[in-house]
Design a binder for this molecule. Structure first.
Ligand code: AMP
Ligand code: MG
Length: 392
């Protein structure tokens, strides 16, 4: 059985960022930029008025009243000439005509009979947004790896980009297995339980995958061998759930092997999640997650989530745990590293509740995984522990 550290090293070494694709910025929200983005034009591209008002020349900044020589509105070319002793009616976003040094706000002016009276004097540059005052042409706008959000999408478009290069987000298929499982909403028959992992894993994938597909199959080797090739073909990442342990009806490993998946590891010295399987099929990653609901989510969190982040270009390094002090008492045998479902507050970490691998209640109440080192047998109040905060 390999160690946790060895397992994450293996996964990390086999996952590489997916190809870049060009897309419209408006459809790129949540995707990581595949390259640095430079402005193709300045913003604003020309000096323009920040208000609705009246523009005047440098020598007329203190004039009380000026004759109007015309108007410029947003979208006009602004090529009109304003002779000395004249003002120009101007609207927000309109280009500043040559010679105009300031704009007086409409609220501070009175217009009558083709002339405007200024109630205030102006200073050079008042209410003028100079060209390039947001960014200059050629300026670095966004860095490679940044996740696009509405503001950065607006920035990219105002910098002249019709398309941006983003990393592809992984296509993920969740394949749950087990004769005992029924979908939510159905009446439970004898021996049946709800398929909670399908929903839990779908939700965990929501912020991480491009497309998530779900499928369920009974404990049936032939069915698995029939379905897997098409799933592998269409997925960057395959997550199976259940059927990967040592029981007579645990068929996943055999099905993977029959479909050409190369096993990279099976069984890791951790608890929960010991039966976890990892393999590759070409560039696709295959995770065989254990069926127990806590094990499925914890192994998802430990191995799958960082791999998905790396595939979509969002992180280069796996996040490291933080230090805390344990509060309470916990015992185990040496040989496996345990991830206790814990509550971290003010640097103190305690168990969130009962720690069985079928007991989801404690995971639902937890905000961290407390690392109980492989060979340690006891944790007591005050012991230093490493803790991985859970940020779904
Ligand atoms: P397995 O790994 O298939 O032996 O499953 C281990 C345990 O997890 C069994 O008690 C299963 O009933 C349970 N289990 C497996 N898959 C799921 C699932 N999708 N949702 C909820 N429980 C599951
Ligand atoms: Mg099963």
């Amino acid at each position: 059985m390999i160690s946790y550290e060895e397992a994450i090293r293996i996964v990390d070494s086999l996952c590489h960022p997916l190809d870049a694709v060009s897309r419209r910025p408006s459809h790129a929200g949540g995707y990581a930029l595949a390259e640095d983005l430079y402005a193709k034009c300045a913003s604003p591209p020309f000096d323009n008025s920040a208000v609705d008002g009246y523009g005047r020349r440098l020598e007329d900044l203190e004039a009380g009243e000026l004759r109007l020589c015309g108007e410029v509105k947003a979208g006009d070319d602004g090529l009109l000439s304003v002779p000395p002793g004249h003002a120009v009616r101007i609207f927000t976003g309109a280009p500043i005509p040559s010679g105009i040094a300031a704009v007086g706000m409409q609220e501070d002016c009175r217009e009558k009979d083709g002339a405007v009276r200024f109630l205030e004097t102006s200073h050079r540059g008042d209410h003028i947004r100079p060209a390039g005052s947001d960014f200059a042409a050629g300026q670095l706008l966004l860095k490679k790896g940044e996740i696009l959000n509405p503001a950065s999408i607006g920035l990219a478009i105002s910098g002249g980009h019709l398309t941006v290069k983003t990393l592809w987000r992984p296509r993920v298929t969740i394949l749950t297995t087990g004769n005992e499982l029924v979908p939510p909403g159905e009446e439970l028959g004898p021996g049946q339980i709800y398929n909670s992992n399908e929903g839990a894993l779908s939700a965990a994938l929501e912020p991480l995958s491009g497309v998530t597909r779900t499928l369920h199959v009974g404990d049936d080797l032939e069915q698995l061998k029939f379905l897997l090739p098409a799933i592998l073909q269409d997925s960057d990442v395959v997550l199976t759930c259940g059927g990967v342990s040592v029981g007579e009806y645990d068929f996943l490993k055999e099905a993977f092997a029959a479909c050409g998946v190369e096993q990279r590891f099976w069984q890791v010295a951790i608890k929960p999640g010991k039966p976890v399987y990892f393999g590759t099929w070409g560039r696709s990653l295959v995770f065989g997650l254990p069926g127990n609901p806590v094990s499925a989510l914890v192994t998802f969190y430990l191995f799958v989530r960082p791999a998905l982040l790396k595939l979509s270009g969002r992180i280069d390094e796996w996040s490291s745990p933080i230090q805390a002090r344990f509060e309470g008492e916990s015992h185990k045998k040496g040989g496996r590293m345990e991830f206790l479902r814990g509550v971290l507050a003010d640097g103190q970490a305690r168990e969130a509740g009962a720690q069985g691998s079928h007991q989801l209640a404690a995971l639902a109440a937890a905000n961290c995984l407390v690392h109980f080192p492989r060979e340690a047998e006891r944790l007591r109040t005050g012991d230093k522990v490493e803790v991985t905060p859970i940020e779904w």
